[in-house]
Design a protein around this ligand. Structure first.
Ligand SMILES: [Zn+2]
Length: 613
């Protein structure tokens, strides 16, 4: 997801906005001159949401929680496959359909627990010809199976459901269904990262159980609306009821939030790319018809160079046996697997490339094929997702571009909560901490400078692919889960030294290390003041009259003799994340973020024409 925000003070709904935008990339959304005003009710809700106050978007507390620890009943089965059959009715803003869930019993069980927002009705659950009993409980529902399954048994249940799904307030941060239109033709999207798949379909709302065998979707939409979704388009059935049905299919595992459907007056703009592993795969861009030429230009200016960048540094695009997919969305964007939401409106960014497209594409590696093991590890998605933009600017613009990103990230740190916080129970809480982007990317920068290029990038590739040499991997490429501890183990192995002190200090503490310096009588004294009194033997570069001395801090405070009138610069290349007098404290930073979010949300409501009534 693009950077969000938060604050521990204001609780969950205070999410933020175009993160990277202000934070790392310099958000470039401009207000459209002729944009229609969003309804007053929408503006009021957006402002309340930005302040963390109650607002009409409030969801059932159970629905909000995505990726929380599984209940024993949920842990008893492993989803293998989902098949969604869904009719989208833009006129009434409703959906009607079913989901077939195929699962393996991991232990003997007679009840299956799935999640669904209570505002959607369950019309029946069947197994074969048998109708099953269903009991709804808050945001979950329990299905009683006709016979107890033994460990290892497989079964499929079909859940028929429908109703009016939750309308997103400020997508992608306050998600749900997004309804818009272009010249009278419906334009819709789904975006549910923070709150989960159960906002619009019955699922096990937990990224720790992806459907191992993939997902099929048969989405019916009014004629004139083309539907873009995950995986491969198998066929389009032309109905005689005014609706066409679009059959999409993917054989890969998906986090529930990474599954999306999008409909609109699209034109498919296609190209082909030869990957680093020798495979050729399609690039598909489902653009609004009126923007097809812009999409074609964007493929050449950004999609292909971005793929080349990621493949050369990281390894093969993970889903080259299906597609690299993008779809124009009535919201900023989201990392939907093989069908990234794109809503940056073809603007040339501050850095000379499309930061939104780059950021969401990065998530195919950091988030989709390599997925965080727990909500507290969400920085593995967003810290890397943000950092790769700085690295891209480093290549295309040089140090100026790189440090501009990093300065922006620094000034957006809130340092209210640790980046990797075991107290975090679900995805929404994790994303409420903006530092998963900003401080996460800064930790990566400091680590890269400390262990060097070769170790850092080899470790990064191992994190994703389990090998530092993924260049020849053929498809399918295996998905895997990773934790902060995995990251430490892999990077320490590549570095040839234990780097847990560095990673833990930056990620497990809310504050940053402070470098205490003093200059007196020709002596420069250096010492670390570290939150939590952690061990932090970070060596320090000191430039003395233009010559660099590396000061070993492993045995505690140090002092250096200086020539008379020496010109001294500590950490002249800004290698180290540390306290600097350029930002405020947690409450000041959070307050600024609220103001930024109000401005951002209300501007986007106009820009994208979000509708709720
Ligand atoms: Zn992101």
């Amino acid at each position: 997801m693009t950077q969000s925000i938060s604050s521990m003070i204001l609780a969950r709904s205070l999410l933020s906005g175009c993160l990277l935008a202000t934070a790392v990339a310099g958000c470039s959304n401009q207000q459209s001159d002729d944009g229609a005003m969003a309804p007053a009710s929408v503006i009021a809700a957006l402002e309340a949401a930005a302040r963390g106050e109650a607002h009409p978007d409030d969801l059932h507390p159970d629905t909000v929680k995505s990726g929380k620890a599984m209940t024993p009943m949920q842990a008893a089965f492993d989803v293998q496959h989902y098949a969604l059959t869904l009719k989208v009715l833009p006129e009434s803003r409703s959906i009607q359909g079913s989901v077939a869930v195929r699962f393996d019993a991991l232990e003997s069980l007679d009840t299956v627990q799935l999640d669904l927002d209570p505002r959607l009705a369950i019309e029946g659950v069947t197994m074969g010809e048998t109708s099953l009993n269903v009991r709804r409980e808050e945001g979950s529902f329990m299905v009683s199976l006709p016979d107890r399954l033994a460990e290892g048994d497989s079964a499929t249940i079909i859940v028929a459901y429908g109703g009016k799904p939750h309308v997103a307030l400020a997508p992608p941060w306050f998600g749900g269904f997004v309804w818009s239109e272009v010249n009278g033709t419906p334009w819709f999207a789904t975006a549910v990262q923070g709150d989960g798949c159960d906002l619009w379909w019955p699922c096990k709302d937990n990224f720790a159980d992806k459907p191992d065998q993939g997902i099929d979707l048969a989405i019916s939409a009014p004629k004139g609306v083309k539907v873009a979704s995950v995986g491969v388009l198998r066929s389009v059935d032309e109905g005689d009821d005014g609706f066409d049905t679009w059959h999409w299919s993917s054989r890969h595992p998906y986090s529930g939030y990474a599954v999306a459907i999008n409909g609109g007056p699209f034109e498919l703009v296609e190209d082909e790319y030869e990957g680093i592993n020798g495979s050729r795969y399609p690039i598909q861009f489902w653009a609004l018809e009126e923007n097809a030429d812009k999409a074609r230009a964007l493929i050449n200016s950004d999609v292909i160079p971005d793929l080349e960048f990621f493949e050369r540094i990281l390894g093969p695009y993970p889903w080259g046996d299906e597609k690299a997919g993008f779809v124009e969305t009535p919201h900023l964007g989201m990392e939907h697997q093989t069908i990234n939401g794109y809503g940056e409106q073809y603007r040339r960014g501050r850095y000379g490339y499309d930061w939104l497209l780059h950021h969401e594409l990065a998530h195919e590696w950091f988030g989709n094929v390599m997925t965080h093991a727990r909500p507290e590890d969400a920085w593995l998605h967003e810290g890397y997702g943000a950092y790769m933009q700085a690295v891209y600017s480093e290549e295309t613009v040089g140090a100026m571009g790189y440090f501009d990103h990093m300065y922006g990230a620094y000034t957006n740190n809130e340092h209210c909560l640790p980046v990797a916080n075991p107290e975090v129970e679900d995805a929404g809480e994790a994303f409420d901490n903006r530092d998963i982007y900003t401080k996460g990317s800064w930790m990566l920068h400091s680590l890269r400078r400390h262990i060097g290029e070769e170790a850092f990038w080899a470790g990064t590739r191992r994190l994703i692919y389990d090998t530092a040499e993924p260049w020849d991997l053929s498809y399918p490429i295996q998905s895997r889960y990773r934790s902060t501890e995995d990251f430490i183990d892999i990077m320490s192995d590549e570095a040839g030294e234990d780097v847990s002190w560095l990673v833990q200090t930056y990620l497990r503490e809310a504050g940053m290390p402070e470098l205490v310096t003093s200059r007196d009588n020709g002596q420069l004294s250096l010492s670390w003041n570290v939150p939590g009194d952690r061990d932090f033997p970070m060596p320090i570069d000191v430039s003395i009259d233009g010559e660099i001395t590396v000061v070993d801090m492993s045995s505690g405070p140090q002092s250096l003799s200086l020539p008379d009138n020496a010109r001294v610069i500590v950490d002249p290349e800004s290698k180290i994340l540390r306290t600097l007098p350029i930002i405020g404290d947690c409450s000041e930073q959070t307050e600024q973020q609220i103001l930024d979010n109000i401005e951002r949300f209300t501007r986007m409501a106009k820009d994208y024409g979000w509708q709720r009534d």
